[in-house]
Ligand binder design. Structure first.
Ligand SMILES: [Ca+2]
Length: 431
């Protein structure tokens, strides 16, 4: 740069000198310089300057040519640089113009793609999480099933067992079962002499080795005894090994049991009232006829007990014929759908039970269960005394709490004596 300034200064000086030269009108080769006073004595004179110029002009011209050449080169160089700058500017502008259109589009498109991928990844992660949860749930289920399978497998290895325990000893009746070694009360299969097949009964076996075959049980009112003929024939309710349920064994079974042997049966009726008192009544040579005789009830005589002989009827004090028309010995069985009674109307339908109806009864152990015992006409559907009645003990408007009807071959009673029979009954309340 310094050299450039120097060159420019030289050019200016030269130009001034040249102008001065051009304004002068002398010719150095022809004219001899003459001093002029205008320049003073100590300053170079016009002639001195001309001499000076003549002496140095050729060098100056040469130097000027060189300088001009240098300048031209510099100008060329500058022009090249300018062209490059313009080119660069144009390129930059072009690049700036192109950037938003192409690169921004490209980058935003890439951003969109990235966002899409991110969303897709998130969705897939969610899906993976759900699948993992499902997998875990399934694994747990499989574990549970395996566990259950193991338990079932374990159960299968154990010998099959009925939920209700049935004793293995069998016989013609419960006394026969006891004779053959049955020692505990419970459920047994018995097959009376003319029975087509064995059937289940509850045997009450006492410490004397006596086996009572139980025909009927009331204890809590859990079973409705308002049933039809076929149900009374076949039996209903539930047998349980621990004497916890109510049932009617069934007229056909009772018939088969009671007529199978030359040894007559004693029917024992045990009763408990709502005060916890217990009484019983025995009937000798108890029998139930076949169905063609409508399961007619017969017995030889009242064999004893402290409950009184209600089967023989009861004088209610309303009519002299009360006792006669409320006795049960020799009566056929009636149900709400079968009227075999001695009444113009239908006792079993009015009372809602099955029983050996006369006109109608003094004993009625299949009657309606009344909690607490006492009841009135208003509590009944037809206004008749339809409770669980034993008229020689409690009023016919008092329904007993528990009853049991059971039979045993007569020889077991005579062998054990009446007293031991009463002692056995004494244990009823302890059940
Ligand atoms: Ca009738």
């Amino acid at each position: 740069m310094a050299s450039l300034t120097h060159v420019v200064a030289s050019i200016l000086l030269l130009s001034t000198l040249t102008s001065a030269q051009m304004r002068g009108d002398y010719s150095p080769s022809q004219d001899v310089c003459k001093q002029s006073d205008e320049f003073g004595t100590y300053c170079p004179t016009t002639c001195g300057v001309a001499d000076y110029l003549q002496r140095y002009k050729p060098d100056m011209d040469r130097q000027l040519d060189e300088m001009e050449h240098d300048l031209e080169e510099m100008a060329n160089l500058t022009r090249g640089a300018h062209d490059k700058v313009v080119y660069l500017k144009d390129s930059e502008t072009q690049a700036q113009k192109q950037a938003p259109d192409v690169y921004i589009k490209k980058s935003s498109s890439m951003l969109d793609d990235v966002l899409r991928f991110e969303k897709s990844i998130l969705a897939q992660e969610d899906q993976i999480y759900q699948l993992q949860s499902m997998l875990q749930a399934n694994e747990k289920r499989i574990t549970d099933l395996k566990q259950m399978s193991l338990q079932l497998d374990q159960l299968c290895k154990e010998p099959c067992k009925d939920t209700v325990e049935i004793q293995t000893v069998t016989g013609k009746d419960c006394q026969d079962v006891a004779n053959k070694g049955g020692k505990v009360s419970g459920l047994y299969y018995v097959k009376p002499a003319r029975a087509p097949e064995a059937f289940l009964v509850y045997c009450e076996i006492d410490s004397f080795g006596r086996g009572w075959t139980v025909l009927q049980r009331r204890r809590d009112g859990s079973v409705d005894f308002n049933k039809k003929w076929i149900q009374y024939k076949e039996g209903f309710g539930y047998l349980s090994p621990d004497d916890r349920t109510e049932f009617w064994l069934g007229n056909e079974k009772i018939h088969l049991l009671s007529v199978q042997s030359n040894v007559p049966y004693v029917l024992r009726i045990e009763m408990v009232d709502w005060e916890g008192n217990k009484k019983y009544a025995d009937y000798h040579t108890f029998k139930l006829g076949p169905e063609v005789d409508a399961y007619r009830l017969t017995y030889a005589y009242y064999f004893g007990g402290d409950a009184g002989d209600a089967f023989d009827g009861y004088d209610f004090g309303e009519d002299p014929s009360d006792k006669f028309y409320t006795s049960h010995n020799g009566m056929q069985f009636s149900t709400p759908d079968k009227d075999n009674d001695k009444f113009g109307e239908h006792c079993a339908l009015q009372e809602g039970s099955g029983w050996w109806m006369n006109r109608c009864h003094a004993a009625h152990l299949n009657g309606k269960y009344f909690q607490g015992g006492k009841y009135t006409e208003k509590d009944t559907e037809h206004g008749y005394d339809n409770g669980i009645i034993w008229a020689t003990w409690h009023s016919r408007w008092y329904s007993l709490k528990e009853t049991t009807m059971k039979i045993i071959p007569m020889n077991r009673i005579t062998a054990g004596g009446q007293e031991s029979g009463a002692k056995q009954f004494g244990g009823l309340g302890d059940i």
